[in-house]
Design a protein around this ligand. Structure first.
Ligand SMILES: N[C@@H](CCC(=O)N[C@@H](CS)C(=O)NCC(=O)O)C(=O)O
Length: 202
């Protein structure tokens, strides 16, 4: 049975859980208490030496980085068709997932850090302003790509949707106005109305 270690509120953990839920792969979830610094303790760092959540263990195989985890579980459950099936799908899926990992997620994390997580004296408003501009730079193309479409790649839900959605569900809390991106808003509503999402956030 797959073991997933993570922090329930973390979008990166939610991404891995959603991948497992959509793949229908059985797993057990283990809480890593970020507030208590459990990610920096040796037992957890033996699973993920970068001291970040999530981490997955499947038998003697260990894997970290949430996008790598969802790619792995998509491969375990090929019948669910969560991964690429053609060269063009592979390209498109990689494009969006790399954009999410390099630009969207880190900038949402930066906005969160400098508006909520850090003590006030450590918050840098300039980083928030820059982070908001970078997030918009991702959301514009995402909105355009979703025009007239249910899911991002192909005619089915894939790891692309699973990968990009979790950090965006924090938009309201971070005062990122998604109403400017109506296709993104509708797509997020579709994804978060699924039972799989409800189980991850239950
Ligand atoms: N790129 C990594 C990011 C993981 C990450 O930054 N996780 C955060 C929680 S959302 C974390 O573990 N933070 C604790 C820390 O940095 O000490 C992934 O996708 O798995």
């Amino acid at each position: 049975m797959i073991e997933l270690h993570g922090f329930p509120m973390s979008p990166n953990t939610k991404r891995a859980r959603l991948g497992l839920e959509e793949a229908g792969v059985p797993y057990t979830f283990h809480d890593v208490d970020l507030m208590a610094g459990a990610q920096k303790q040796p037992p957890y760092m033996a699973l993920n030496p970068t001291a970040r959540v999530p981490a997955m263990v499947d038998g003697d195989y260990k894997l970290w980085e949430s996008n790598a985890i969802i790619e792995y579980v998509a491969d375990l459950a090929k019948d669910k068709r969560l991964g690429p099936e053609t060269a063009k799908e592979r390209g498109d899926i990689a494009k969006w997932m790399f954009m999410g990992a390099a630009h969207l997620s880190p900038n949402i994390a930066r906005i969160f850090a400098h508006t909520i997580r850090l003590p006030e004296e450590k918050r840098l408003p300039q980083l928030v302003t820059e982070g908001r501009a970078e997030v918009d730079r991702c959301l514009g193309p995402l909105d355009a790509a979703l025009a007239g479409k249910t899911w991002l790649v192909g005619e089915r839900l894939t790891i692309t949707d699973i990968s990009l959605a979790p950090p965006l569900t924090a938009a309201a809390m971070l005062q990122i106005d998604l109403s400017r991106f109506s296709n993104v808003t509708a797509w997020l509503a579709r994804l978060t109305s699924r039972d799989t999402w409800k189980r991850v956030n239950g």
